[in-house]
Design a protein. Structure first.
Length: 146
């Protein structure tokens, strides 16, 4: 098995589009998922996103197929993990950890003081992933629709 975490390339755009669609579909039924989807539109063009100097896109590759991705957006002095997703069949192989480590290194390289991310309420897997990377909750945002 050939497992790689690397920076995305324009040739990955079609696979990234498919993976993002899968990721968004899985969020629909999660608590807080609909609100997150409304606040965070999908990437319009992955080729443009890959070339955008204000973000870094990493991919997880298994035997030549992209099975996961991370979108890191730079805001002020922080790197914000806007999206992280690994296909269910490729989970538990360390890709999430590898993507977060690559994002951490990129954020450090760019002089960021922090790496931040979001986990939905009850999403224990994402919370645990972030905690393994040394990321802990510093605030909890609550909301109600009026």
């Amino acid at each position: 098995m050939n497992e790689v975490v690397r920076r995305a390339e324009p040739a990955d755009a079609a696979q990234l589009d498919e993976l993002e669609s899968e990721a968004r579909h899985q969020l629909i039924d999660q608590r807080g998922g609909a609100a997150l989807l409304a606040e965070q539109p999908p990437v319009a063009d992955w080729r443009v996103a890959i070339e955008d100097h204000g973000r870094w896109i990493g991919v997880a590759e298994l035997d030549g197929f992209v099975v996961g991705y991370l979108e890191l957006v730079f805001t002020g002095d922080a790197g914000l993990v806007r999206q992280i997703y690994v296909e269910p069949e490729a989970r538990q192989l360390g890709f999430g950890d590898g993507l977060l480590e690559a994002a951490r290194l990129e954020a450090q390289r760019r002089g960021c003081a922090a790496l931040e991310g979001t986990a939905l309420p009850g999403d224990r897997d994402t919370k645990n992933l972030y905690e393994r990377a040394g990321m802990t909750a510093r605030k909890i945002t609550v909301s109600t629709r009026l």
